[in-house]
Design a protein around this ligand. Sequence first.
Ligand code: SAM
Length: 343
Amino acid sequence: MPPRLPPLPALRDFIHLYNLRAKKILSQNFLMDMNLTRKIVRAAGVREGDWVCEVGPGPGGITRGILEAGAERVDVIEIDQRFIPALQHLSEAAEGRLNIHRADVLKLCIAEVWRQQDFACSSSHWIDETLPPAHVIGNLPFNIASPLIIKYLREMSNRVGPWSFGRVPLTLTFQLEVARRLCSPIDNEARSRISIMAQMYSDPKLVFVIPGSCFVPPPKVDVGVVKFVPRTVPAASSPFEVVEKLVRQVFHYRQKHVIKGLKTLYPEDMAEERAHEILREVRVSPSTTSIRLGVEEFAAMAAVYERQCNEVPGLFLYDYTKKKMTLSDLVSLPNSIPSPYPF
Ligand code: SAM
């Protein structure tokens, strides 16, 4: 039987305690309804004995839900000193299961934290259908959630960070519009660069929607809870940066034919030939649009682009927004594709 945890403060006390009205920093929106925080923890799939890293716990609404679910070890990463005393209070009641790290989630390495505690994960192999007994969960400010998901997808693709322990599921909140984009299927209006990147390395699911009115203070938008389960094998075998660059440029002209975006990967004097080469090899029509392309097609295009970058040293460095470069400028540059990660 898990120990009784101290209750969350009443809403009025909470606003006073953390000086929320006076200092509404970084669009913070807190969840004070334990039915909702427990629902997030259930959706994440936390079970008794699991290890959980929660990013941005604030006063600990979701943390309580995680502890109640019987997690064996909970590591929370919180940047704001104002919430540390409340978390310490919770930690005392949790009898050693809750560990507080005052740090920036964009900088702290979760794997280091877990490794220091000798987290031994028997089912951690990537080919295993069984997921490891570990989770990363967070309700972060919207302006952090977006860069964080790119950082986490990169780590997932390289099997580093929490993903050095296997296919650790990740559950994060986003403003609903972004959540829909992350999970958007092919040929859907919401399909975008982030849909492809998320689906290239994971199977993202919009597990439920939380009305904005349920948060304190309420944001203007509703919020989507997204669970990302890493794919056993990523759709793309090219380095993350190569995939990201290709996908970004193809979506640069979302409404236009795909060939137009592809051409922005090359200097003018080679664009026509090399962009058509990609499409010919992957059997994609130049007049299709980016939202109609599947993740596998993007993966195949990235593989051809990677080969081209190896053939023309410096091509990967080409940035069509910068000064006009030609093929002869690029061949004198070093090949800068990041090395593939050795699994
Ligand atoms: N998870 C809590 C909840 O649901 O009530 C708090 C949510 S609030 C939107 C986001 C929390 O993330 C805040 O406590 C904030 O201080 C913290 N935070 C913001 N940026 C952070 C960062 N870079 N690293 C760690 N924590 C961060």
